[in-house]
Design a protein around this ligand. Structure first.
Ligand SMILES: Nc1ncnc2c1ncn2[C@@H]1O[C@H](COP(=O)(O)OP(=O)(O)O)[C@@H](O)[C@H]1O
Ligand SMILES: CC(=O)OP(=O)(O)O
Ligand SMILES: [Mg+2]
Length: 395
């Protein structure tokens, strides 16, 4: 019996599940939300027990991981850390190097760090997570599962930018795409729920979390996605600007008298998006609470909804229609009002929600019976998708 610990470190959260394999039994699962923010929320569910929740200020990824290991032992889910037989980490950017999950070796770890240009907020933090776990569990095999993998075979038309072709080829400048573990899981689960073979489904998948991205899926495979060379682009996110004219960069360098472009890039990555527009928080819950009273909260939400609807509309166009639009991610799964706001903007496609099904928020169809395209709510399960990739590698 194997106990595999899956670690999914995101920009605002640490999610994890401890699986007994090969049965895929979840021994315990949990998350820390609001990483490095006031009021980080630590939750753990184990066995048949109710979830245990506590709030601690400003937990960072390392502290969150240590708290998880301590709680697993305190709650007697495991007697000792030596019971854990494998640990797998979500790694956002695999670049051209990693097209499949791999066991982590010192070379692999160095390469993950070396790919930080492709995910500056994520790869360094994930590499640190691997190092921390390797120190805490020195005899345990560690694996890396890549978020970019699902988009490896994007059609060239959607993969490359309209730059000089020689540069594109020489420097591998392309749309790498992210959240692929989630978009891939959603594709498989949607095919099951729609009762169709995966190779037959055309979908627009909306992963709306702290980082947010959309994918167009054609015949079960990635056809397009909103994230690009890095996870900065696409729709407006918690702290990331999303699509931006590159000319803003030299302009701000000149106006702010800043000579290092990375300083401005930090601003695009960390101080922009919902936080930058609203001036309130990157957390959609806090912005939603002020939507009626604070014009900048309303503006941030209007931009968020508009950008998502624009991408979803363009994907429905390039797919020539779809079997379903899928909502997932922290925002997509938990906020019925935002789902309604986004679908309202897509009414030209004849897509309509069923108010009761949408409000209930369970996995499955949430569209009205006469909707031209089905809408599904699917709680994403990146950890399950990851443990399956690791199990396939261990065969
Ligand atoms: N009920 C809710 N309404 C609106 N937003 C929510 C709700 N619950 C969670 N969220 C948002 O979900 C986001 C986190 O999503 P998640 O997918 O867990 O993020 P990530 O994996 O990118 O760290 C946070 O910005 C939080 O505000
Ligand atoms: C790729 C990405 O943006 O991930 P997250 O949403 O977890 O920050
Ligand atoms: Mg996430």
């Amino acid at each position: 019996m194997q106990k595999t610990l899956i670690i999914n470190a995101g920009s605002s959260s640490l999610k994890w599940q401890l699986f007994e394999m090969p049965a895929e039994t979840v021994l315990a699962s949990g998350m820390v939300e609001r990483i490095s923010m006031p009021g980080s929320i630590f939750t753990i569910k184990y066995g048949d027990h109710q979830k245990f929740e506590t709030t601690v200020d400003n937990l960072d990824q390392g502290q969150a991981a240590k708290m998880m290991l301590t709680e697993l032992q305190r709650l007697a889910v495991i007697q000792s850390l030596s019971e854990i037989t494998a640990v797998a980490h979500r790694v956002v950017a695999g670049g051209e190097t990693f097209k499949h999950a791999v066991e982590v070796t010192p070379t692999v770890l160095a390469e993950i760090k070396g790919l930080s240009d492709f995910a500056p907020l994520h790869n360094p933090m994930e590499a640190q997570g691997i190092e921390t776990m390797a120190q805490t569990l020195p005899n345990v095999k560690q694996y890396a599962v890549f978020d970019s993998q699902f988009f490896t075979d994007l059609p060239e038309m959607n993969a490359i930018y309209s730059l000089p072709y020689e540069l594109t080829q020489k420097y591998h400048i392309r749309r790498y795409g992210e959240h692929g573990i989630s978009h891939g899981y959603l594709t498989g689960r949607a095919a099951e729920l729609l009762n169709k073979p995966k190779s037959d489904v055309d979908l627009v998948t909306l992963h709306l979390g702290s980082g947010a991205s959309l994918a167009a899926v054609k015949n079960g495979k990635a056809f397009d996605t909103s994230m690009g060379f890095t996870p900065l682009t696409g729709v407006t996110m918690g702290t990331r600007a999303g699509d931006l004219d590159p000319a803003v960069l030299p302009f701000l360098m000149k106006e702010l008298k800043i000579s290092d472009p990375n300083e401005i890039m930090m601003m695009f990555n960390n101080d922009s998006g919902l936080l930058g527009v609203s001036g309130i928080s990157p957390d959609m819950r806090e912005i939603k609470a002020q939507e009626q009273t604070n014009p900048r909260a309303k503006l941030a939400i209007d931009i968020f909804v508009n950008r998502i609807a624009k991408y979803a509309g363009s994907y429905l166009t390039e797919l020539h229609g779809a079997d379903a639009v899928i909502f997932a991610g922290g925002i997509g799964e938990h906020n019925a009002e935002l789902r309604q706001q986004i679908i309202t903007e897509l009414q030209v496609f004849g897509v309509k929600l069923d108010a009761k099904l949408n409000a209930a928020g369970h996995e499955g169809v949430i569209s009205a019976a006469d909707s031209a395209i089905k809408v599904l709510l699917i709680p994403t399960n990146e950890e399950l998708a990851m443990v399956r990739q690791v199990a396939a590698l261990q065969q």
